[in-house]
Design a protein around this ligand. Structure first.
Ligand SMILES: NC(=O)c1ccc[n+]([C@@H]2O[C@H](COP(=O)([O-])OP(=O)(O)OC[C@H]3O[C@@H](n4cnc5c(N)ncnc54)[C@H](OP(=O)(O)O)[C@@H]3O)[C@@H](O)[C@H]2O)c1
Length: 221
């Protein structure tokens, strides 16, 4: 598989790993990128005619539906958008736990359900779900987030089996520590988003199903 001439949709494309995935796709000679963001004005100036900005809050069923109509030629769906609310089991705010579960798990399921009928009509369809290294071992200070990503990992495995009948591969990406707003204030050594994005794309091209795209993630694993 390769990204040349492919049409890719990326959620949460306005910053962090999502923005870097857009830039890495542009390096790969893709045909088109639907760069999705909750607010279009937040999208960086990519200065490339292959970028099509799409307003998409993945917690909105109406906006997902609208995106399926606007992005009918999508071949590769990259579910990158996610939230992290810190907190331990006993001291964390349950509303925050529910929010992470809603976005990282339920809204990502809604994206897959809405877009499978779209991508299956196109050639070389595939899904890439950005989970986390926290799916393997819960980080107790981010307990609710870790659980939401473990849930996403589990349902992505189910999607992978179900979609194998339609020849739609489902890649699961489990990054370790990436230098984005999500880790703002952390002093630990972290991988640059562009390096992780390039690594994700090259592992997808190698048809690797479960991807740990960074050195720290691999060490944690
Ligand atoms: N950074 C890491 O070390 C790390 C490690 C493992 C996994 N991950 C995962 O990688 C993905 C990207 O994370 P990141 O580090 O790039 O984080 P980030 O810099 O905080 O970016 C998160 C992105 O998700 C978007 N988003 C949040 N809620 C959304 C919603 N309801 N609808 C649409 N977009 C929404 C944000 O949009 P707004 O700007 O509008 O908020 C932003 O574009 C996430 O799934 C995260 O869990 C990150």
């Amino acid at each position: 598989m390769n990204f040349n001439d492919k049409t890719v949709l990326i959620t949460g494309a306005n910053r962090g790993i999502g923005e870097a995935l857009v830039r890495a796709c542009l390096e790969k000679q893709v045909k088109k990128i639907y760069a999705c963001s909750r607010q279009l004005e937040k999208l960086p100036q990519f200065n490339d005619s292959r970028i099509v900005p799409i307003m998409l809050d993945i917690s909105s069923r109406e906006q997902i539906e609208q995106a399926t109509l606007l992005c009918k030629d999508t071949q590769i769906l990259i579910n990158n958008a996610g939230t992290l609310n810190p907190g331990s089991v006993f001291e964390g705010d349950l509303i925050s736990f529910k929010h992470d579960m809603k976005i990282n798990y339920f809204s990502t399921i809604e994206m897959m359900r809405a877009f499978v009928p779209v991508i299956e009509k196109n050639t070389d369809p595939r899904i890439v779900n950005i989970c986390s290294i926290a799916i393997y071992v819960n980080f107790p200070f981010n307990a609710g987030y870790s659980a939401s990503k473990a849930a996403l990992y589990s349902i992505s495995q189910a999607a992978r089996i179900e979609l194998s009948q339609k020849n739609i591969p489902v890649h699961i990406v489990n990054p370790g520590a990436i230098d984005t707003d999500m880790n703002k204030g952390s002093t630990m050594e972290m991988t640059a988003p562009i390096d992780v994005a390039r690594s994700i794309l090259s592992e997808v091209e190698r048809e690797i199903e479960d991807i740990i795209p960074d050195k720290i993630g691999r060490e944690m694993y």
